[in-house]
Design a protein around this ligand. Sequence first.
Ligand code: 4AD
Ligand code: MG
Length: 443
Amino acid sequence: TDPEKIQLGDGAEKKGTRVRVFGRVHRERRQKEVMFVTLRDGYGFMQVILQGDLAKTYDALTLTRETSMEILGELREVPAGAHAPNNRELHADYYVIHAGGKAAGGDDAITNRVSKDTEHATLLDLRHLTLRGENASKVMIVRDAVEFAFNTVYKELRMRKVSPPALVQTQVEGGATLFKFQYYTEEAYLTQSSQLYLETCLPSMGDVYCIEKSFRAEKSLTRRHLSEYSHIEAELDFITFDDLLNHLEHVMCRVLEVTMSDPTIKQYILDLNPEFQMPERPFKRMKYSEAIDWLVEHNIPNEEGHPHKFGDDIAEAAERRMTDIINRPIFLTHFPTEIKAFYMQRDPQDPRVTESVDCLMPGVGEIVGGSMRMYDYEELMAAFAREGIDPKPYYWYTDQRKYGSSPHGGYGLGLERFLAWLCKQHTVRDCCLYPRYFGRCKP
Ligand code: 4AD
Ligand code: MG
């Protein structure tokens, strides 16, 4: 009978027994009589030792990286002083090369075409292969864990998950970044945010969230803009602005806690980001007007090269410098009405500004945008007029304000940006499977 099949990260209790494993050659190294093969299967790595005749076959002598193998043998503790993943090695007594032989490209495909200084664009052309790299795969595995943690935490809060449409006829975040397309005989867009749909779910489902794709035609190349990104959005009913900030802080910290509670995931995060520390609570809270003063004091100019003044957009570079210097999460609040979206509720104390929040993280800058929503019908209609948006296609959104309106608010978090911060990646492009951005729609 065949020994039990185990995954490469498993089998801690199987030392001394015979097992069967499957995987691809991650690395191989030959000594005179012995061959060391590191096998990879997405769950872990295992060092395999081929000795004697097994190391001398034609297949063994010409083995290339990425070849798929099935190996049977005995699992043993590694000798003192030697290093191997999980401190064990598989002493093979039998192996088969799967799928008709050695990997076609073999070493050539992985090592020669993708070296340390290969251009990022080339690496992305070869994303289907570079995904097999240790860092790239760790980021993707952490991503899976983080998404799961958001679901877990939202369930702890009794929130309901919904799935709003991606094909829409309304904008949320401004016409400049809309992807338009022909929808049969009409014009339609790819959604920029599910927010308006989430708002319509409050009366029937209570607090809701979604994890969907959002699309933005961002015609600039930055390290934090994608054309297609994963958007984690939530909407909460009968809350104050302070409730919104406290909820957001709780969700972010609890998600980190849940994510880090898996030892493998925690290790991956620390491998990628050795200095990672849980953020201190409470997060620093800073009003937009205070940020403007801070930028002036620190001689960080606006986009035109002048000192910042009230009403300026805080652009990506200035925002990131400020966040890096302060070096902890910041809730930046109360942005002026003019630079924010039409739906944001004004601050009752100061109608020049909105009850809005961006959460900024060191290394990335904005990873969350949220606000209280305008819930008065007349005020909302005036906001549409101010922005020059025709309210007709929004009847389903404005009706909300006629049939039991309520103080409510929510936010959207960019999953790739959250990961870029958590895993200390230079760009969000390395935090999604196959990134889409200006100039790239493949592979
Ligand atoms: O600040 P944004 O545009 O806010 C909204 O879309 C709200 N309607 C969300 C809501 O309240 N439900 O986007 C929210 C977040 C940003 O903070 C950022 O993390 C991410 O989405 N994001 C992007 N991520 C990658 N590439 C882009 N082009 C992004 N645009 C926004
Ligand atoms: Mg924003």
